[in-house]
Design a protein around this ligand. Structure first.
Ligand SMILES: NC(=O)c1ccc[n+]([C@@H]2O[C@H](COP(=O)([O-])OP(=O)(O)OC[C@H]3O[C@@H](n4cnc5c(N)ncnc54)[C@H](OP(=O)(O)O)[C@@H]3O)[C@@H](O)[C@H]2O)c1
Length: 249
């Protein structure tokens, strides 16, 4: 996958990793970046980075009409980056079930909805690539993280399934597994569960740059920071040991 000259769509582009990805794609020579957010007004500073190359787009993963409209508006996309995601902390046995449902609806079903809408777009444009931003949280059910690890594990297995379906159709599917990253989401988790504060987070810019390196290198599974790279090695060598380490947090 060559980023230079490509047309990218990044969901959740108004803050955190998504915003850093937009900057990184611009720096690597993307022709156009569709920056998608629930509230397009929040994209003003993102568009200001390169008004001739950044196109703001309204998209809520959980609202089908906005996803369909986005796929019509961004008909030139060759690289879809499913970055948007949400989180609700708590323990699965006693937290609000509605919060668990919301996380699954966004991270798993919402991402799948966006993917289904954009596959025809990618095909019409001659093929391309998809990157799903998952999390090393997909590798173990850390108890205080509520439905988040399950939603990311579901997204991981969905990524594997669609990779097998889309490869023969000329669309490469990449999984991105960040470790702790310095964004609002990580700050929220560390506020709720102080032990997360012990993990020094990577910067969103570092994670964005390493994600693009992985895409350009054709890596199926991208571990874009030092914590993630270590977890990736453990996942390959001894998944049970990784489960133990991540569930003990
Ligand atoms: N930070 C970490 O430590 C970490 C680690 C591993 C993986 N990740 C993953 O990386 C991705 C980005 O996370 P982040 O850390 O940058 O989080 P963040 O700062 O909380 O940003 C989340 C982004 O997702 C958007 N979003 C949430 N629900 C949405 C929906 N229904 N429709 C459209 N957009 C929605 C948010 O939009 P609003 O501004 O409208 O809320 C925001 O733009 C997520 O998938 C997350 O799970 C993060």
């Amino acid at each position: 996958m060559h980023v230079e000259g490509s047309t990218v769509l990044v969901t959740g582009a108004n803050r955190g990793i998504g915003r850093a990805l937009v900057s990184a794609f611009l720096a690597r020579g993307a022709r156009r970046v569709h920056a998608a957010a629930r509230n397009p007004a929040a994209l003003e500073p993102v568009v200001a980075e390169a008004p001739d190359r950044v196109v703001p787009l309204a998209l809520d993963l959980t609202v089908p009409a906005t996803v369909e409209a986005a796929a019509e508006a961004a008909s030139d996309v060759t690289l879809l980056v499913n970055n948007a995601g949400t989180h609700a902390m708590g323990h699965l046995l006693d937290m609000d079930l509605g919060a668990v449902e919301g996380v699954m609806r966004t991270n798993f079903l919402g991402t799948l909805r966006v993917l289904r809408a954009f596959v025809p777009v990618l095909e019409r444009n001659g093929g391309g690539a998809v990157a799903n931003v998952i999390s090393i949280g997909a590798f173990a059910g850390t108890p205080s993280l509520g439905g988040y690890p399950a939603s990311k594990a579901a997204l991981h297995l969905m990524t594997q399934a669609v990779r097998a379906d889309l490869g023969p159709r000329g669309i490469a599917v990449h999984a991105v597994f960040p470790g702790p990253v310095d964004t609002d989401m990580f700050a929220y988790a560390a506020r709720c569960e102080p032990s997360f504060g012990e993990f020094p987070p990577a910067s969103a810019a570092e994670v964005a740059a390493a994600t693009i390196d992985g895409l350009e290198a054709g890596e199926e599974d991208i571990f874009p920071d030092a914590f993630a790279a270590q977890a990736g090695r453990e996942w390959r060598a001894d998944p049970k040991a990784l489960e133990k380490r991540l569930t003990d947090i």
